[in-house]
Ligand binder design. Structure first.
Ligand SMILES: *Cc1c(COP(=O)(O)O)cnc(C)c1O
Length: 477
């Protein structure tokens, strides 16, 4: 799932023709805005000019405020955003690295973790940590599983975690960083993990099983109770990735939605990741990883007692931890409370329903599976979805592209209420336009989008993306 890499990677880099792809990368790099920065400016630049320049740079950014984006930014209301910002600025300089120096941040973090744990039926023994985001929460959960397994049996080698293919790439990243092998599980027709395949994949090297609530691509909850049961039977850890659902599902349950159980009420679930900077609506840089008990969490902490600079102890992956992110999460959660989140969840689900029904009514388009929440993909057996994505982009709609099979993707937030009608009208007229055009003459970028997933050599695809990233993170003269 390459489109998780910080942005939507233009698919021309998946061309089977290597030389052509390289040329396209060059072309794309030149097309980008010229920054012209070589070194530190000799003299400082005035505040006015800097802000003017920043706004210039921003002019062509995706317009989340006008609800043109369907991922990356979770915006509910101005009021909540303003509160999240002021709380952040209020603790702009404080550093969560030393909980003794800033008791305020320690209290905020402990309270945030306790609130999230209680949302997840964590009970008295549940503990956790705040992290910089879902990726760090997941990296930590995998690292904890590895060290927990090694503490029981230091001889273990070539550890494995069992991962539905819809699980977030942060797990792949964790495996890559910590030298654990991901064992991939296919999905059923309803896009949920295949339970029997998980059962078959368990072996002596397995340390953890993963399920999502819901998964990012299709917005469906994996059969967590059955999967966690397998973990329980084999004395393995089980992680629920509720990065996306952590601040929706508990409130949907209260609103009466029938949901597959996913939290600590399910026997066998040992850890859960929840992003506060998604449906929690706090400032970016806020997520939680929660464990069933403190014994597990100990394997997450890091201590180095012999440094001349002092005894060094750190709960998570980062050293310095921005106080603003912790304060913002604490403030927004207390500001909204259960009542606030219930209202937002209800509104979000109402908009999702309108969109799902609207999309299913458009000839040729269909929502994939039965999404449990406010995240879903839609595809077509007739239309080229990548071409449709391009056309939508020309009307300034930013949609994630999914692959295998090709689809477009929506993450719905309360801010989208104002664009439901316009979005569906645009989608309908562009789908009609495409249908008229017929299948034969797919052109431009979309022709190349079609290559995604069909490129047999995944290694060179990976290499091309690496080169692309390298080009992206270079200033242009
Ligand atoms: C967003 C997300 C993550 C990763 O979170 P980041 O904050 O982007 O690091 C992990 N899992 C799921 C299901 C997500 O939606």
């Amino acid at each position: 799932m390459l489109n998780f890499i910080i942005m939507q990677i233009p698919s021309f880099i998946f061309q089977s023709d290597l030389e052509k792809s390289k040329a396209m990368i060059k072309f794309y790099s030149l097309r980008r805005q010229k920054m012209g920065v070589k070194g530190l400016p000799k003299k400082g630049i005035s505040k006015e000019e800097l802000f003017e320049r920043m706004n210039e740079h921003r002019a062509k950014d995706a317009d989340w405020r006008k609800a043109r984006t369907w991922s990356l930014v979770y915006y509910a209301e101005e009021d909540i955003l303003e509160l999240a910002k002021s709380a952040y600025l209020n603790f702009f300089s404080e550093n969560g690295l030393n909980p003794m120096a800033f008791g305020s941040l320690r209290n905020f973090e402990n309270e945030v973790v306790a609130m999230v744990a209680s949302m997840l039926s964590g009970g008295e023994s549940a503990v956790g940590s705040m992290t910089s985001g879902g990726t760090e929460s997941i990296l930590l959960a995998v690292k904890t599983a590895r060290d927990w397994a090694l503490s029981k049996n230091p001889e273990l080698k070539n550890l494995e975690i069992i991962l539905p293919i819809s699980a977030h790439p942060a797990f792949e990243k964790a495996c890559h960083y910590f030298q654990v092998k991901p064992v991939h599980i296919p999905l059923r027709e309803d896009f949920r993990a295949e339970v029997e395949a998980v059962r078959k994949a368990v072996n002596k090297k397995t340390i953890m099983i993963v399920g999502s609530a819901p998964c990012y691509p299709y917005g469906v909850i994996d059969p967590i109770p059955e999967l966690a049961q397998i973990a329980l039977e084999h004395n393995l850890l089980f992680h629920t990735d509720a990065c996306l659902g952590g601040f929706m599902l508990p409130f949907m349950k209260k609103l009466g939605y029938e949901l597959i159980p996913f939290d600590f009420s399910v026997p066998g679930v040992t850890s859960i990741s929840v992003d506060i900077h998604k449906y929690g609506y706090s400032a970016k840089g806020a997520s939680c990883v929660i464990y069933r008990n403190a014994e597990l969490r100990k394997h997450q902490f890091y201590v180095y007692a012999d440094w001349p600079g002092g005894v060094y102890a750190s709960p998570s992956m980062t050293g310095t931890r921005p106080g603003g992110a912790i304060a913002s999460a604490w403030a927004v959660m207390n500001y909204l409370g259960e009542e606030g989140y219930l209202k937002l969840a209800e509104e979000t689900m109402k908009i999702s329903r309108q969109l799902i029904e609207g999309i299913n009514q458009i000839p040729g388009l269909a929502v994939m599976g039965k999404p449990d929440m406010s995240v879903f993909a839609f595809g077509s057996d007739k239309l080229n979805m990548f071409e449709l994505g391009d056309l939508m982009e020309q009307r300034r709609w930013q949609l994630d592209r999914l692959q295998n099979p090709p689809a477009l993707h929506l993450i719905v937030t309360p801010n989208h209420s104002k664009v439901v009608k316009e979005f569906l009208e645009d989608l309908k007229s562009l789908a009609e336009q495409l249908a008229k055009k017929g299948k034969a003459e797919v052109s431009g970028m979309a022709a190349i989008y079609g290559m995604i997933g069909t490129l047999p050599d995944r290694k060179s695809a990976q290499q091309l993306v690496l080169n692309f990233l390298d080009e992206l993170f270079k200033p242009k003269q």
